[in-house]
Every structure is written in structure tokens, then in C-alpha cells.
Ligand binder design. Structure first.
Ligand code: PMV
Length: 394
């Protein structure tokens, strides 16, 4: 059986933070300066599928490898190596305790991964990617680790990835141990607790990010005075208010904290010296559109948030689809793709946006993604590595 190929497949979701992670207190271990909280998005629309495989027949000279969307991907980086090392160490412990187990920890790993969405800036592909990589190898190695334990490992790949080990509403507790052993994710609420949460993503640019999140965070930590206020006061308040809003399914509070926290994060970017700008004129027009929709509705029906890029993520509840999606579909429907007929069919344009705002959105939004809150990683029977170890032809 020396040529046996061992395989495991999983999918993992994207998450979009409503209280943002921004700042590392330890860049080697990816330990954050503040806790954060996110909504896991549905894998029907955004997910990474990863097959992890290993075999004694894989040439040791080639080492571990990762094929991402059909292209060989660089795994030499310290982040990916840390994930491989942590997972192998845990497998070694199982093998040491039970010598009858196959020695998977000694075999080269061959990973094949695919996203069902373009690997583009601001779509949190690294979060889904590292969560899928860690979950797939943990399944391959049959590790008895809980999602929180695996979140400790995924965190070392990409900070935000630790939150993609769970579905629903997820917190990453910053912890205070120097070795990072208490900096992990937990589930604040299942997706089914508040299942009608929806997200409309306005894709503004599919170009790679200007300033990477790692470098941006380091510059902010080193130079922004406002940042100190954010981590000491603003975020702890936002975390408490957000957990309460989710527990009570209070959308108006959820929305206000989401928008304020995004504004606070981007303010610390502007306060970085030299300043960092992730939002552009189109992003700001999306903010104005959300404000006009809320004003016309007479209550808060939509909340915007922006990561390290110009794309807008707009959270809303299913019952307010007409006010939120109907309004934007009326403006953008003819220009851009990504609308789902099941969602937009029959929607009336009840709210009209200011012409200036509508014009900027029309010129600047390249596509939309309609999705909602969803589940955590799922085992899959779809294999991207064939039984003989070759990458599956697609
Ligand atoms: O995990 P990273 O290094 O890609 O950083 C993510 C940072 C933000 O997306 C801006 C915020 C967050 O909490 O996801």
C-alpha cells in the first residue's frame, strides 16, 4: 500500500467583519491588538473547495505543494509553513500514541484548491483559503481538534481566516498570552439564530489591493494616535454592543455599530502617516446611497462596511430586500451582472437616489454579489485530487 493516496476535501466560507481586525501585537504569530466579529457568508455564493492529499508515492524531492485555481501557489512563506508545521505536529502526536496508524505526517502534502468566485481584492479570499487549507489537512490527519483549536492554526495563516472555521456570527477573541494560545475564534450565534441576514456586495475594483493588510496594519500601529483610542475604547464598546445586537436580533443597533466601526477603522487608516486610503469616490457614493435608503425608509434598513479595498458590503434583512436591493438594482441593473432573478424579480424601485450618487455608482461598480449569512466549513465528496494522486481535470 506504499502508493496509497490519502485524501480529504472540505469547503470553507468567506467572512466579512462588522467589528474589524486592524493591528498586530505580534506579526509572527498574527496576534491582534483588538478582538473582532464577523458574519460568515453563504458558501453557495462564495467558498473555497480544497482537497488535501498525501502519499508515500509523492516524490519527497518535490516537497509539499498547493495548486490554487489551476496555478502553482507559493507555499514557502512563513504563514503557510506555520500552518503545515502545526498540523503535522498534531498528527505526529497521534502516530506516536498509536503506532498502528499510517505515518501520514512523514508524507509530502499535495493540496488543490478552487474558489467559486474571482480571487480578487477585498473579497476575503485569504480567509476562506486558509480556513479550507487547515480544515482539509485536519480532516486528512483525522485530528480530534475542535473548530476553535483549528482557528488557532488558521490564524497563523491569515488573521481573519480564524473566523472562517465557524458559520453564523463569529468572534475572534484577541487573548493576552504571549504564545497566542488564547487568541482564537468562537461562535457568537448560529446562522439559524438570525437567518434572514443578507449581504449585497458592490464590487468596485477587482484589482489587487494597493497596500496589503499586513503592511497597512503595521504602518497604522506605528504611526496613528487615533488607533490607540480605537483599540482601547472604541473596539471594546463595539464588541459589547454588537454581541448584544446579535443576541437580540436588533438590526438598527447591528447596523449602527457596523457602520461606525468601518468608519473608525478607515479613520485610523487616514490617520496613518503617510495616510492609507482604501475607499475611493465609488465607496463614498455607496455610503451616501445607504444613508439615502435609510432616510427614505424612515428607519435603518441597510449597513455598509469596507475592508482593505474599495468594495462595499451592504448588510440588510430579507424583509427589506425591496428598499435595499430594489433601489440599487434600479440604478445598476442594466449596467452590471451578478443579480439573482429569484431576488430581483418583481422588485419595485421605491426609493430614488440622488443623481450624483447614482451616476458615480453606475460608472464605478463592476458587478454585484447577492448572498447572506451561512454555515461553516463542510466536508465534501468532491475531490480535486484523483485517486491516483493527480490533480483532477476540470
Ligand atoms: O486577515 P487579513 O490579514 O487579510 O486582514 C483582514 C483585515 C480586514 O479585512 C480589513 C478586517 C477584518 O477583520 O477582516
Amino acid at each position: 500500500m506504499a502508493d496509497k493516496v490519502y485524501r480529504a476535501s472540505t469547503t470553507a466560507p468567506v467572512n466579512i467583519a462588522v467589528v474589524k481586525y486592524w493591528g498586530k501585537r505580534d506579526s509572527k504569530l498574527n496576534l491582534p491588538t483588538n478582538s473582532s466579529l464577523s458574519v460568515t457568508l453563504s458558501q453557495a455564493d462564495l467558498r473555497t473547495l480544497t482537497t488535501a492529499s498525501c502519499s508515500a508515492s509523492y516524490p519527497a524531492s518535490q516537497g509539499d505543494s498547493l495548486l490554487l485555481n489551476g496555478e502553482p501557489s507559493d507555499i514557502a512563506g512563513a504563514r503557510t509553513q506555520a500552518c503545515f508545521r502545526e498540523l503535522r505536529t498534531r498528527r505526529e502526536a497521534l502516530e506516536a500514541a498509536d503506532p498502528s496508524l499510517p505515518q501520514l505526517s512523514t508524507m509530502p502534502l499535495r493540496l488543490v484548491s478552487e474558489n467559486n468566485f474571482p480571487t480578487a481584492a477585498g473579497l476575503a479570499s485569504s480567509a476562506a483559503g486558509f480556513a479550507a487549507l487547515v480544515r482539509a489537512i485536519a480532516n486528512l490527519y483525522e485530528l480530534p481538534a475542535s473548530p476553535s483549536e483549528l482557528s488557532l492554526i488558521a490564524r497563523q495563516g491569515s488573521g481573519s481566516a480564524c473566523r472562517s472555521l465557524f458559520g453564523g456570527y463569529v468572534a475572534w477573541r484577541m487573548g493576552d498570552a504571549a504564545d497566542g494560545s488564547d487568541s482564537m475564534a468562537d461562535q457568537v450565534a448560529e446562522a439559524s439564530h438570525w437567518p434572514d441576514m443578507r449581504a449585497l456586495i458592490l464590487v468596485v475594483s477587482a484589482a489587487k489591493k494597493g497596500v496589503s493588510s499586513t503592511s497597512g496594519m503595521q504602518q497604522t500601529v506605528a504611526t496613528s494616535g487615533l488607533f490607540q483610542e480605537r483599540i482601547a475604547k472604541v473596539v471594546p464598546q463595539n464588541m459589547a454592543a454588537m454581541e448584544k445586537a446579535i443576541a437580540e436580533r436588533d438590526f438598527a443597533s447591528f447596523a449602527e455599530v457596523t457602520m461606525r466601526d468601518s468608519n473608525s477603522f478607515h479613520a485610523t487608516c487616514a490617520d496613518t502617516y503617510p495616510p492609507i486610503f482604501y475607499m475611493n469616490d465609488v465607496s463614498r457614493a455607496a455610503i451616501r446611497a445607504v444613508e439615502q435608503i435609510n432616510a427614505a425608509a424612515g428607519r435603518t434598513v441597510a449597513a455598509y462596511t469596507f475592508d482593505a479595498g474599495p468594495n462595499a458590503v451592504i448588510y440588510y434583512l430579507e424583509k427589506d430586500t425591496e428598499a435595499v436591493v430594489g433601489t440599487l438594482y434600479h440604478v445598476l441593473g442594466g449596467e452590471v451582472g451578478g443579480w439573482k432573478s429569484t431576488v430581483v424579480q418583481g422588485l419595485k424601485p421605491s426609493i430614488s437616489l440622488d443623481e450624483g450618487v447614482a451616476g458615480i455608482l453606475k460608472a464605478g461598480v463592476s458587478r454585484v454579489i447577492l448572498t447572506g449569512v451561512g454555515e461553516g466549513p463542510l466536508k465534501s465528496e468532491e475531490y480535486l485530487v484523483a485517486q491516483d494522486g493527480s490533480p483532477a481535470k476540470r
